[in-house]
Design a protein around this ligand. Structure first.
Ligand code: NDP
Length: 461
């Protein structure tokens, strides 16, 4: 029983032979959870315990200790744990106002801006979530409005940087409360049949109760937390850091320009492809709980933006040649990452009737069974990027992050934290996805693994 309770609730998209030979191992694979309950609990507890202080440590070191972990360590040696607690900013009215205005603005754009009607993938319970694809327009309106209110002197974005610690501190608390409310909503008023409890409160809180929680029919909470709050805040903060550097030094250094342009190209790509994101693991498989939502509401604005946060007080001059080289390398990586996602989507959308690298695609026709016992078929692409390795798209994703961190050069380690974190996250994700797909497609997935033997790095892993 304890073992059953500690596994992640079923949010895989389909199962194979669920009732006939439901061994514990198979059940775990169906759940997409390859980790033992012990690992699940310890990862959960460490995320709950270490992530909030890490966010504060990251901000304080970047903003007040020149990005140097050694300087922060000296501070801790002199002041002890009490010292760390003293630097932890208290949430302030200004911080709450900034967060509330931003969140309210983004929620309004999500609800009110026009957009094409898009169907998400069929859920494990056979539901098809409907979305409004207005991400690109919301992104443009957000950035234009933000720069315009600065230009017109109505609001100075440098204030956001000056109150960053308080904003992160408020986000840590606010998002935690938000996740509790999400848990209660899942318990008493789930939006669809794709919901339910694992029987364990902590697991439910951590992994989430609902796959597609909504307010009313049309306000999708995961689109808000992951895309319109999380990813959008990344772009808004990058612009903020540029403006802060400009206000402080009277210039935007080429290092800041290269890093910011690369991040903004990546985020623009994200919103351009947002409806594709709605078919990925984050949305279609992972439930809305602390793991995903807190991550998007706090971890993205703090950790993902940290390479540019570092550059605010390090106006490094790279020179034209190096700037261009890093810029081009980063853009190539972002393009390849986009093209991998695009290939998969086009292939699925056209039912394999398309050209991949100028050739008809090679493919596997896989069959699987949904949790309701319905038989379905699906196509697996085995050529193009998807014939190089089974998760090749993670390689350019990691390299792109490396290139937008590189302008900070190598004087400090901390700006590279995001790249290291992303590498661990994506290698773990590749393993999780493999397990989930094996449970879904069985022998067809094994055929794919035979044809494309490497998981991420061709020839290595
Ligand atoms: P993917 O887009 O890679 O989706 C994986 C799913 O695709 C599988 O579960 C399976 O789903 C399907 N699939 C697997 N192999 C094939 C194949 N050969 N042919 C067709 N379909 C296949 O998921 P991710 O969410 O991991 O990645 C999406 C994007 O987000 C990537 O660009 C990634 O780099 C990025 N990303 C960024 C992160 C960040 O923090 N910066 C974190 C995670 C991702 P099905 O059940 O439909 O068959």
């Amino acid at each position: 029983m304890a073992k059953k309770q500690a596994t992640k609730p079923n949010n895989g998209s389909a199962t194979v032979n669920r009732s006939s030979n439901g061994t514990e191992k198979k059940k775990k694979e169906e759940d997409g959870n390859i980790h033992s309950p012990l690992v699940a609990y310890s990862s959960m507890l460490s995320l709950l315990t270490f992530c909030p202080p890490f966010v504060i440590f990251l901000w304080y070191t970047m903003v007040h200790k020149d990005g140097s972990v050694a300087e922060f360590w000296d501070f801790c040696k002199q002041n002890g744990f009490q010292g760390f607690l003293r630097i932890w900013p208290k949430p302030t009215l200004v911080a709450w106002k900034i967060i509330a205005s931003y969140a309210g603005f983004e929620a309004a754009l999500q609800l009110l801006l026009p957009g094409e009607r898009v169907e998400g993938p069929v859920s494990p319970k056979g539901n098809i979530p409907i979305y409004k694809a207005n991400g690109v327009i919301a992104y443009l309106v957000t950035l234009v409005t933000y720069i315009a209110i600065w230009w017109l002197g109505l609001f100075n974005p440098a204030i956001v940087y000056d109150h960053l610690g308080e904003i992160f501190s408020s986000l840590i608390i606010g998002s935690f409360i938000f996740c509790i409310l999400l848990y209660i909503k899942g318990l008493v008023a789930p939006s669809s049949t794709d919901s339910g409890s694992s029987g364990n409160v902590i697991i439910d809180f951590y992994w989430g109760m609902e796959l597609y929680p909504r307010i009313g029919k049309s306000f999708d909470i995961k689109v808000f937390t992951n895309c319109r709050f999380g990813m959008m805040s990344w772009a808004v903060l990058v612009v903020t850091y540029c403006i802060k550097q400009y206000e402080e030094y009277g210039i935007i250094a080429d290092s800041m320009l290269v890093s910011s342009i690369l991040m903004l190209v990546y985020i623009t790509k994200f919103f351009w492809w947002e409806s594709g994101y709605w078919s990925t693991m984050d949305i279609a498989h992972d439930r809305a709980g602390f793991y995903i939502c807190w991550g998007c509401l706090v971890w993205v604005p703090s950790v993902y933006t940290s390479p540019a946060m570092y550059l605010v007080r390090h106006p490094i001059n790279l020179g034209l040649q190096l700037s261009l080289a890093v810029l081009v390398a980063g853009i190539v990586c972002i393009f390849i990452n986009y093209d991998c996602d695009r290939q998969r989507q086009l292939f699925r959308k056209t039912n394999g009737n398309c050209l991949i690298w100028g050739q008809p695609p090679s493919k596997i026709e896989a069959q699987y069974e949904t949790t309701n016992g319905e038989k379905k078929r699906s196509l697996l692409l085995t050529s193009g990027w998807w014939g190089i390795s089974r998760h090749f798209h993670y390689v350019p994703e990691i390299l792109a992050a490396f290139f937008w961190t590189l302008p900070g050069l190598f004087n400090n380690f901390l700006p590279y934290f995001y790249v290291i974190f992303l590498t661990i996250l994506l290698f773990d994700r590749a393993q999780r996805d493999d397990q989930r797909c094996r449970a879904k497609y069985g022998k067809y997935w094994d055929m794919y693994c035979k044809q494309v033997p490497y998981r991420v790095l061709p020839g290595v892993y």
